[in-house]
Write a protein of this length. Structure first.
Lengths: 266, 268
């Protein structure tokens, strides 16, 4: 199992930063404690199917910190951080992203994550995040619920950043829809357009009574919920995928759940 | 003989990488409703929990259910039970000291129960799947601010037919866990661990500075206990890392990172 990391410009003067260490995240006591690797940073323009190299960074100590503000990104532009071997030659352009290396030193279960931080002035929030390589090879569909936007404080704005990454070769850049609907009535209440290998950004309408869901019938992705106000509050978290609602038969549970919802949603 | 040895070594590695009981998860039919072990803290923080109604989410319809919460104090002793009826897809549950018998820090589980007529109606659908509760816990310091959330990350707790708490989580050989976190000298850090197993576990913390390790402390967690340790900004150098050694195959914890009025919470 190996994973990409991502950086994104989410707008509203919020800076995204990621921190990676060369220390193995989880290992047996007797296993090697560090992985020797570097990272390549790649991005696609909204109208391009090619990944352009923005940067290549090696460890000078045990940690690498990367900031979205260092790369002159458009709002919604996604940068993919590709962990790779130190001697791997990173090309300036790809039509298919290199597979990230595994950062494990034994069979211990862990995803090769980074600390994904968001900063707005002095306030900050983070989670340990990654974009699994296996997930980046599938087009799929997406459904998430509003658990992380149920705050009754009207001064707080919630923005959903939908990270969509397809690492395989594209023949053209299609346009897709990210939708918000009333979970009870299944009526659509909002929609935006996004393209492959970008972040769809949608602001959530404040409504105490309405339960909401967010979905795309076109691609899968990872939703990040960013809540903030002008007093210095910032909270960021990603919701877990529907498969995590199930212990036995996760994939069947997720399939049934998505069928039940996506067949009813417009 | 060599092949047998190789297979045994491989099985041992597989076993040591399995956070849950292999017998229960691979060979037994798990029909229990299992929960992660969530943390609450009321020591200067408010805690809220977003409880998901899994059957309602599966079917896409509101379904009446009983959300059941069981609280444990720092030592792992049960300290409160709370039940709430609701039919929506998720329920926002505010935790206070009346519910936790005045305990300020501890852990809790979330389970759901459905009326018999609902279980009969969806018997075929539920014959093949079972639910787990991962939920979202939110913390805040001030009402002017919103909650900072994180999702559940480890547990596998359930109640058997005799209403005894049981765990799918297992202790294995010693593992070293290192979050992808750079310790900053102008911030302080609280690390909260809970033990979702019915055996005691020892945790050893150490700082990783350049190429040296500095032992910080060692703690013993009884079954279902919660432990908090703090790295204050006077005691830590800048730009170092922290690791811990436990017998958990995944030694995750909850980390609070703070500086003056600002704080962040995330799971490692």
């Amino acid at each position: 199992m190996s994973d990409y990391i991502f950086l994104v410009n989410v707008g509203s003067d919020i800076v995204n930063s990621v921190c990676l260490t060369s220390l193995v995240p989880n290992r047996r006591k007797s296993s090697c404690s560090e992985t020797n690797f570097k990272v390549g940073l790649y991005s696609q323009k909204f109208d391009s199917i090619y990944w352009e190299k923005l940067d290549e960074v090696e460890f000078t100590d045990k940690n690498i910190v990367l900031n979205s503000s260092d790369y002159n990104l458009d709002v919604g532009q996604l940068v993919v951080v590709v962990p790779c071997a130190v001697d791997f030659l990173l090309l300036d352009q790809y039509d298919e992203l290199p597979k990230p290396i595994s950062r494990k030193s034994d069979m211990s279960p862990v995803n090769a994550r980074a600390s994904v931080y968001f900063y707005k002035n002095k306030s900050f929030s983070s989670f340990q995040g990654e974009y699994p390589y296996q997930m980046s090879k599938v087009k799929g569909s997406f459904l998430a619920f509003d658990s992380l936007m149920q705050d009754t404080n009207k001064d707080i704005n919630t923005r959903v950043v939908f990270i969509n990454l397809y690492s395989q070769k594209l023949s053209l850049k299609q346009k897709f829809h990210l939708n918000i609907a009333n979970s009870y009535s299944k009526e659509k209440v909002g929609s935006i357009i996004y393209v492959h290998n970008s972040a769809g950004i949608i602001d959530i309408p404040v409504n105490d009574d309405m339960e909401l869901c967010i979905y795309s019938k076109d691609t899968l992705g990872i939703p990040i919920f960013i809540s903030h106000n002008n007093l210095g509050y910032l909270s960021v978290e990603h919701s877990h995928p529907p498969s995590e609602l199930f212990l036995k038969n996760k994939s069947k549970g997720q399939l049934l759940l998505k069928q039940n919802w996506l067949n009813q949603l417009p | 003989m060599k092949n047998l040895l190789r297979k045994l070594v491989k099985f041992n590695s597989f076993l040591n990488a399995s956070p849950f009981s292999v017998i229960h998860t691979k060979f037994n039919k798990i029909n229990y409703d299992v929960s992660d072990f969530f943390i609450f803290r009321l020591d200067g923080y408010e805690t809220v929990f977003i409880a998901e109604n899994n059957l309602a989410l599966l079917t896409g319809e509101h379904i009446q259910c009983t959300h059941s919460f069981n609280f444990f104090d720092k030592k792992g002793i049960p300290c409160g039970v709370s039940e709430v009826e609701d039919s929506k897809f998720s329920f926002r549950f505010e935790i206070n000291k009346d519910i936790t018998s005045s305990e300020e820090v501890g852990s809790f589980t979330h389970h759901t129960k459905y009326p018999d007529e609902i279980l009969e109606k969806y018997a075929e659908l539920l014959s093949d799947i079972s639910f787990q509760h991962r939920g979202y816990t939110g913390f805040r310091k001030s009402k002017a601010f919103g909650y900072s959330y994180m999702h559940g990350n480890f547990g596998g707790l359930y109640f058997n037919k005799k209403n005894q708490i049981k765990s799918l989580a297992r202790l294995r050989s010693k593992h070293i866990f290192t979050p992808q976190l750079v310790i900053k000298s102008d911030y302080s850090y609280d690390f909260l661990f809970s033990n979702p197993t019915n055996k005691s576990v020892i945790i050893k913390f150490f700082l990783v500075k350049n190429n040296s390790l500095e032992n910080l402390e060692e703690a013993l967690l009884p079954p279902f206990a919660t432990y908090k340790t703090t790295l204050s900004n006077e005691s830590i150098p800048n730009n170092c890392n922290i690791s811990w050694e436990t017998n958990f195959p995944i030694g995750r914890c909850v980390i609070f990172e703070y500086n003056k009025i600002y704080f962040d919470v995330f799971h490692s």
